[in-house]
Design a binder for this molecule. Structure first.
Ligand code: S3P
Length: 451
């Protein structure tokens, strides 16, 4: 590992407390998008030649993907903060790693690289922390088995640690993803890169499309067609030579969500969030918050880049409860914890529908969010896969929230504490470093009381 990497250790818990203070004011540029950062490193490693990346998220999750690419034979170098170069080995060119690939807390890194390794004739062992070891991997192992990869060791229920033997002659498949998941789609496409002929993925609901966009950016032949009312059909022509292409990573909308909601709920606040990626498959939260009455003004838009981005002005607002349709879930799947916090500050009931996938994130987020709201005096129900929050305009707070090794649970409830009547504590803020290093100092710079 490079010296710049600070690893999240499971032994050192870091409790944090957020308290009500004055209004939040200022400009923020949150770190680079996590999904694109992982993919930039992976595609760089599969291209022949040197790819330069700027604005890379240097969170623990992404750094582990960088380490995995290095262990698989790519040359990965950091020249300064966010600026990395990667010299790839070409499609199908990964070398067998000497050690276990340890993905820490990162489902995305682990699942995408399971796909990438599945198309190479090597053996690799995948592992992660206690949270990742609980998460389902069968959703990846099933399609890559159809493509010719096999496992020689896997824990019950298809969990890590897993030893994977990649296919010598990978078979292209047509695969219908059983759940809306960009990780599953991406794993199949990454395995399909090394297969002759066409690999086709059909999803009944469109999930984030960064893999498709980056495949094109690196020179692969990919077509995307609509499928049914909300779905897509992605066709990839196998065995391309991927060419290095520079990647400028925009600010992560899933990280920007935290200062945005903080600005909405702390009275008198006005915050500008800059260069936030506006890919429509990622902006369901902004749509929902605007329906709730949030004053979120789009300032400058930039769409001359691979992914469009915009600056937003967010002002403290009176929020109203809303009904969030299940069809919107893929475009805001990581934002439900912070939306639930916004809902607690709204007037009236918010119903968030179709949240089955939240049960298998870094924690069971449906249960963790409901428990966190309850200990802070918010009335909440789980009805099947729906989360129902009864907002009162301002929760009491005062609770200690169990974060279950989940960065977004920690950040969401710290934001709650910035406006609740009593301070909110989280049992462990250490995992925030997986996706948003600098979260605490950024909020403090805006005027927040966090310690
Ligand atoms: C991601 C996809 C989503 C999301 C995760 C990042 C990606 O997971 O929750 O944080 O980069 O592909 P699923 O594919 O499991 O929905």
């Amino acid at each position: 590992m490079p010296s710049e990497v600070s690893r999240v250790t499971q032994s050192a818990q870091a409790p944090l407390t957020a308290r009500r203070a004055g209004p939040l004011k200022g400009r923020v540029r949150v770190p680079g998008d996590k999904s694109i950062s992982h993919r930039a490193l992976i595609f760089g490693a599969l291209a022949v030649g040197e790819t330069r990346i700027s604005g890379l998220l240097e969170g623990d999750d992404v750094l582990r993907t960088g380490s995995a690419m290095r262990a698989l034979g790519a040359k990965v170098e950091r020249s300064r903060e966010g600026t990395w170069s990667i010299r790839g080995v070409g499609v199908g060119g990964f070398a067998a790693p000497a050690d276990v690939l340890d993905f820490g807390n990162s489902g995305t890194g682990c699942r995408l690289i399971l796909g990438a390794v599945a198309g190479c004739p090597i053996t690799a062992t995948f592992d992660g922390d206690a949270s990742l070891r609980r998460r389902p991997m069968r959703r990846i192992l099933d399609p890559i088995a159809l493509m010719g990869a096999r496992t020689t060791s896997v824990q019950e229920g298809g969990r890590l640690p897993i030893t994977l033997v990649g296919a010598r002659d990978p078979i292209p498949i047509l695969y219908r993803t059983p759940m809306p998941s960009a990780q599953v789609k991406s794993a199949v496409l990454l395995a399909g890169l090394a297969a002759p002929g066409e690999t086709i993925v059909i999803e009944s609901e469109a999930s984030r499309d960064h893999t498709e966009r980056l495949l094109k950016h690196f020179g692969a032949d990919v077509t995307v067609e609509p499928e049914g009312a909300h779905g897509r059909k992605i066709t990839l022509k196998g065995e391309p030579e991927l060419h290095p292409a520079p990647v400028a990573v925009p600010a992560d909308p899933s990280s920007a969500a935290f200062p945005m909601v903080a600005a909405l709920i702390v009275p008198g606040s006005e915050v500008i969030a800059t260069e936030v990626m506006t890919n429509p498959l990622r902006t369901g939260l902004i749509t929902t918050l605007r329906e709730m009455g949030a004053r979120i003004e789009t300032l400058e838009i930039r769409d001359d880049t691979a992914e469009a981005m915009a600056d937003f002005r967010i002002q403290a607002s009176r929020l109203q409860g809303v009904d969030v349709p299940a069809a919107r879930a893929p475009s805001m799947i990581d934002e439900y914890p912070i939306l639930a916090v916004a809902a607690a500050f709204a007037h009236g009931t918010t119903i968030m529908r179709g949240l089955k996938e939240l049960r298998v994130k870094e924690s069971d987020r449906l249960a963790a969010v409901a428990a966190g709201l309850r200990v802070n005096g918010v009335a909440v129900e789980i009805d099947g896969d729906d989360l129902i929050v009864h907002g009162t305009g301002g929760p009491v707070g005062g609770g200690l929230v169990a974060t279950h090794m989940d960065h977004r649970i920690a950040m969401a409830f710290l934001v709650m504490g910035l406006a609740a009547q009593k301070p909110v504590r989280v049992d462990d803020g250490a995992f925030i470093a997986t996706s948003f290093p600098g979260f605490v100092s950024m909020l403090r710079d805006l005027g927040a009381d966090l310690s």
